[in-house]
Design a protein around this ligand. Structure first.
Ligand code: PMP
Length: 283
């Protein structure tokens, strides 16, 4: 069962208005939330980011935090998500349906849509790591907004796949930003480096968790942009996201990172993350 604009619908049932602006323009916002063992992980942070994205695109949400939590709960219940299940919750808000013009029509009503899908943790990849390819960051200049408009992300990921890699690492004129759907970290001499949380990256929730876990455990963190040369000389490289967690990158453009296997700092952060997701942050 999916939730679409106040109704419960079956998978595959038609529910989107042809002139919904999410559908026509990508005019809307979304969140992907992790469900571990039937419970929401970092829910408050996802809601806070959704509210921020809404403000940034001048979208007034008619739902309170409590309403959204209730819908998330019902989605899990109606889809029989139990304490044995790992899953993801997808929530999106489109600006709504109206005759097609670019500016924002007065009185338009946002449409909330949500679904839950079973999703196992990527345990094999977490051990082995992924290969990556450097790709020019062709996205717009407000990557801090989690918008439905993902064509840039679609293309850069496909360019990486076409080049034979599993992930894209994006750069703007040689400055490394993030990956197509995750944040990027380099490890040099035991310290972490990651692009500052400005308009050029999504302010990832997993990124923030990892930064805090690192600091609490004596690992220095530098939130500052670095270039391709620095990345290629890093001891270890990893990406973070809701679904990929703390994912090692073991080669870039066909060259091994560090020793070409998963390094000690990444392993340490993976262990800390593992503790975090089984702790009391689940709701
Ligand atoms: N950057 C981009 C471009 C993303 O789409 C995502 C989310 N998939 C992230 C970073 C990671 O954010 P989070 O840790 O909140 O999932």
């Amino acid at each position: 069962m999916l939730y679409v604009g106040g109704k419960w619908v079956e998978d595959g049932e038609l529910a989107v208005h042809p002139e919904d602006r999410g559908y026509n323009f990508g005019d809307g916002i979304y969140e992907v939330v992790r469900i571990y063992k039937g419970r929401l992980y970092m829910w408050d942070a996802h809601i806070a980011r959704l509210l921020r994205s809404a403000r940034e695109i001048k979208l007034e949400l008619p739902w309170s935090e409590k309403d959204l939590t209730e819908i998330a709960r019902q989605l899990m219940e109606k889809n029989n998500i139990s304490e044995n299940d790992d899953a993801t919750l997808y929530l999106q808000v489109s600006r709504g349906a109206a005759p097609r013009v670019h500016d924002i029509p007065a009185g338009i009503e946002p449409v909330l849509m949500g679904f839950v899908r079973p999703k196992a943790r990527p345990l094999a990849d977490l051990k082995k790591g992924l290969t990556a390819q450097l790709i020019e960051d062709i996205r717009w200049l407000r990557c801090d907004i989690k918008t439905l408009n993902l064509l840039g992300a679609v293309l850069v990921k496909q360019y990486a796949k076409d080049a034979g890699a599993q992930e894209s690492i994006l750069h703007r004129n040689g400055t490394v930003t993030e990956c197509s759907a995750s944040n990027l970290f380099a490890v040099k001499d035991g310290a972490l480096y990651t692009h500052q949380a400005d308009h050029l990256i999504l302010h990832g929730i997993t990124r923030q968790v990892v930064i805090e876990l690192a600091k609490q455990n004596g690992i220095a963190v530098h939130e500052e942009a670095f270039d391709i040369d620095f990345l290629k000389q890093a001891d270890e490289v990893f990406l973070t996201s809701t679904t990929a967690e703390v994912m090692p990158i073991i080669s870039i453009d066909g060259q091994p990172v560090g020793g070409g296997s998963v390094g000690p700092v990444v392993q340490k952060l993976q262990a800390l993350f593992e503790q975090h997701i089984s702790a009391d942050v689940l709701v």
